[in-house]
Design a protein around this ligand. Structure first.
Ligand SMILES: Nc1nc2c(ncn2[C@@H]2O[C@H](COP(=O)(O)OP(=O)(O)OP(=O)(O)O)[C@@H](O)[C@H]2O)c(=O)[nH]1
Ligand SMILES: [Mg+2]
Ligand SMILES: [Zn+2]
Length: 309
């Protein structure tokens, strides 16, 4: 009888899991009793630390999934993933145990939709995942454009980097950020996530799309998250582009806690249940007037609070 060994799920597809162990990669399926457990979350996902029983021939078994430190997740599209704030939905785990999330947006092609970035950042805050903002395709815009668009995020406290997979600008900085950690790259489709990883680690050969194909709806070049091992240490998950990440389990009332520049002001509002909209004595509204909170972020906050997409 073989011993159970520890491993990391690096790929999950159609019930088969590729688990990286000291003895190399082992393809596994879930042990039957794990499948029977009724849970509102994916039982195993990329990034999970597991115990596996290798088989002498063929498919090994995942015997145990170790507790997760945190997850990057969204409500399952099957359960109506676009709805916000609904409890009791099925959680779709994008990556388990990420130590950081790098949210990639393009400076152009496609135009950055910053309301969406704000949504991603809320999910990261809620899940206690340190977030980095990466503005890619700087080669396509005027030199001062990236700072104009993305500078507000540095003011909020997020590290912001500017990159171009095409010219190589900022790629060293991204590589340094990824070193030694389990990171997840996320962002809309076509912003250059896979291209950037190919630049960070030449020879990786991740499939990338041609801009002409991007406008065909529903086409994603990267189809399933996969953990890539970095030669300098660490893992990074390239994920399929997300059109709209849906909140999992977030109430409108708790949203102010997930905007780092709003969070410290909430206690100073005159009313404990302040909506921060047009309430008298609202410290958040005052923060906007005093320039502590950018009007764009405030607008995002109000929209998200109202459940707008
Ligand atoms: N000009 C320019 N084009 C880029 C840059 N990075 C990526 N591209 C192009 O943008 C297109 C999309 O790149 P991908 O790397 O496939 O984008 P992705 O984010 O992985 O897309 P999905 O896998 O669909 O989520 C390709 O045509 C790339 O050549 C860049 O820095 N500058
Ligand atoms: Mg891709
Ligand atoms: Zn208020």
């Amino acid at each position: 009888m073989d011993e159970k060994i520890a491993g990391l799920v690096v790929k999950a597809q159609s019930g088969f899991f590729t688990v990286r162990t000291d003895r190399g990669n082992i393809i596994c399926q879930l042990r039957g009793r794990l499948k029977k457990r009724r849970v509102a979350t994916d039982i195993a996902a990329v990034g999970d630390r597991v115990m596996v029983l290798p088989a002498a021939d063929g498919i090994g078994a995942i015997e145990e999934i170790l507790p997760r430190s945190r997850v990057l997740s969204r409500s399952s599209p099957a359960a109506g993933g676009r709805r916000s704030y609904t409890k009791g939905e099925t959680e779709q785990v994008i990556v388990a145990n990420p130590e950081q999330a790098v949210f990639i947006f393009a400076c152009a092609e496609p135009e950055p939709h910053l309301r969406m970035l704000d949504r991603f950042l809320v999910v990261a805050e809620r899940s206690k995942i340190p977030a980095v903002v990466c503005a890619n395709k700087v080669d396509l815009v005027e030199e001062d454009e990236p700072e104009k668009k993305f500078g507000i995020y540095r003011k909020v406290g997020y590290p912001v980097i500017f990159t171009s997979a095409k010219s190589g600008a900022g790629v060293d900085q991204l590589r340094a950020l990824l070193r030694g950690k389990l990171s997840v790259l996320s962002g809309p489709s076509g912003v250059g996530k896979s291209s950037l990883l190919n630049a960070v680690q030449p020879g990786l050969g991740l499939a990338i799309s041609h801009v002409s194909q991007l406008h065909q709806k529903g086409r994603h070049t990267t189809v399933a998250p996969e953990l890539i091992e970095l030669v300098e240490g660490g893992f990074v998950a390239d994920t399929p582009g997300l059109r709209a990440i849906s909140f999992f389990d977030i109430d409108p009332e708790e949203l102010d806690a997930y905007f780092p520049e709003i969070r410290p002001l909430v206690d100073q509002c005159s009313f404990g249940d302040c909506t921060h909209e047009n309430t008298p004595g609202c410290a958040v509204k005052r923060g906007v007037e005093e320039g502590k909170i950018s009007p764009e972020r405030y607008d995002s906050f109000l929209r998200l609070r109202r459940g707008e997409t």
